[in-house]
Ligand binder design. Structure first.
Ligand code: ADP
Ligand code: GLC
Length: 481
């Protein structure tokens, strides 16, 4: 929940959606583990009078409830403070990448503590909106009235899937940690190939399920991207919907972004982007030449994001092409070391930063010409939306939210004034290369076309307002209103 804690797009969504809902008159109260990053963030955090224990693993484990607010709003955020579980270096994994071994216990505890906290705070809940596997137990608790809390008989649950590949799968003997009866450990509810599956639990028990784009909502009901849960998801029928994420326009606005050396808008993007590009080239130690296209990538270095296409392309084009790359990411050590090697060999062409750095992310969005996002699958994706707003033309694989937000520049879409980027359908090096080549050709040889594509993207409205309205529709439908 930006700016409290973030590992990826889920943080952007959870930091912006409650505020957008509030603007539309829908009051939200948020719950988050008291992660170390939050305690260190400098945000004002208050103690509350509430401290309680949860009985887990034959122990009464104590926690306190802390309180803060999402900056710039009156949205209350309650933090479940249990330092042994949550005051750690990472959120879900150690900095080296290994998952915390007690994740099932940590997040079972979290969900149970949230249920207890709602009761103690005496909150009147219409909808409990939970996200991803970490909170998949909450819909199950509500449906089964776990803990016999009175608030549960009024509330409905909506569970949102941000990424079906991360399921929170644990061995069956973790089942008692959840506090759920063993009778729910069956293939139609919490069990999955002999294991406990917390995302499946959320999907099965929630009153409604959503995911973060309409295309992904369809893709996950099919075997190819269904990660083994396709038939369960297909079984949810009309109760599974896709709502595209929005852009937090406070944080991501080229005309006021404090991270940028020069602000710009659609009126003066040519000079504005040129200044940002010069600075980016300088920051990366590359030649400051306006004519050399800069291709940007900001991404977790995970298989999902298409690194098995990106790395071969970098190798293939390194000698042949006069291009510059601005790459920011962290993740898979195997790809990281390859990127380091390429950066050492081609310092004038490859700017590679293997860190997590908000400021650099903003500067790449503003300073590159083309933004590459060849994800194998992409539930929604936020960086292509930031790129559109920052006048960087996205080149994307036609999947999930990328397909729903990027319109390929063809003669028809250009004529209709809708083209805002370039897309390729087949997940292969050849197709990606062809789409990128189309973008590079337009950049170099067809400036009118390029300007039109840039301006179309910059003028689109991907702010949260529209998406938050769709969530409210979903909440109302779930409440039978
Ligand atoms: P995902 O959540 O799958 O990683 P999204 O495109 O939805 O993908 O969101 C990624 C978010 O994380 C964006 O806000 C992006 O700027 C940010 N991000 C990813 N990697 C880095 C990094 N190395 N440094 C800074 N921000 C990053
Ligand atoms: C996930 C997805 C990404 C999405 C983000 C926020 O991390 O991989 O596509 O944009 O969640 O919903």
């Amino acid at each position: 929940m930006v700016p409290l804690a973030k590992t990826g797009g889920l943080g952007d969504v959870c930091g912006a959606l409650p505020i957008a809902l509030e603007r539309l008159g829908c009051q939200s109260t948020c719950f988050l583990p008291a992660y170390r990053t939050i305690k260190q963030s400098g945000l004002a955090i208050e103690a509350t009078d509430h401290a309680f224990t949860i009985y887990i693993r034959n122990n009464h484990v104590a926690c306190r409830l802390l309180k803060t607010q999402l900056p710039g709003s009156t949205v209350n955020v309650y933090l479940i403070d249990q330092p042994q579980y949550f005051d750690r270096d990472g959120l879900y994994q150690q900095p080296g990448g290994a998952e915390y071994k007690d994740n099932c216990e940590r997040f079972s505890f979290f969900c149970r503590a949230v249920a207890e906290a709602i009761d103690r705070l005496d909150l009147k809940i219409d909808i409990a909106h939970s996200h991803d596997w970490q909170t998949g137990l909450l819909p199950a608790y509500i449906r089964t009235r776990h803990g016999h809390y009175p608030w549960m008989s009024e509330a409905k649950s909506v569970h949102t899937i941000h990424n079906l590949a991360y399921q929170g799968r644990f061995w069956h003997l973790d089942m008692p940690l959840t506090g759920m009866d063993w009778r729910f450990f069956n293939w139609e509810q919490m069990e999955f190939h002999g294991d406990l599956n917390l995302l499946k639990t959320g999907i099965v028990f929630a009153d409604a399920v959503s995911t973060v784009s309409p295309t992904y909502a369809v893709e996950i009901t099919q075997p190819e991207l269904g990660c083994g849960l396709d038939s369960i998801l297909a079984g949810r029928g009309e109760n599974l919907v896709g709502i595209v994420n929005g852009v937090d326009t406070q944080t991501w606005d080229p005309s006021s972004d404090l991270h940028l050396p020069q602000n710009f808008s659609v009126e003066n993007w040519e000079s504005g982007k040129a200044a940002n590009k010069r600075q980016l080239q300088a920051d990366l130690g590359m030649e400051q030449n306006p004519d050399v296209p800069v291709i940007g990538i900001v991404s977790r270095i995970a298989d999902q994001k298409g690194w098995d296409l990106i790395i071969p392309l970098l190798e293939l084009w390194a000698e042949q092409r006069h291009l510059q790359w601005a790459i920011l990411g962290t993740g898979d050590p195997k790809h990281e070391s390859k990127l380091r090697e390429l950066a050492d060999r081609y310092p004038n062409k490859m700017g590679v930063m293997l860190t997590f750095d908000e400021k650099v992310a903003h500067r790449i969005e503003a300073g590159c010409d083309i933004f590459l996002m060849p994800s194998r699958y992409e539930p929604c994706g936020l960086n292509q939306l930031y790129s559109l707003r920052y006048g960087s033309v996205p080149v994307v694989h036609s999947t999930g939210g990328l397909r729903d937000t990027v319109i390929d520049a063809t003669n028809e879409s250009l004529q209709a004034g809708r083209a805002n980027g370039f897309r390729f359908d087949e997940y292969s090096l050849e197709s990606m290369q062809a789409a990128l080549q189309n973008a590079l050709d337009a950049f170099a040889y067809n400036r009118d076309r390029w300007k039109q594509i840039v301006q179309t993207g910059m003028q689109e409205d991907w702010s949260w307002d529209g998406s938050a309205r769709k969530y409210i529709e979903l909440f109302n439908k779930t409440l039978g209103r």
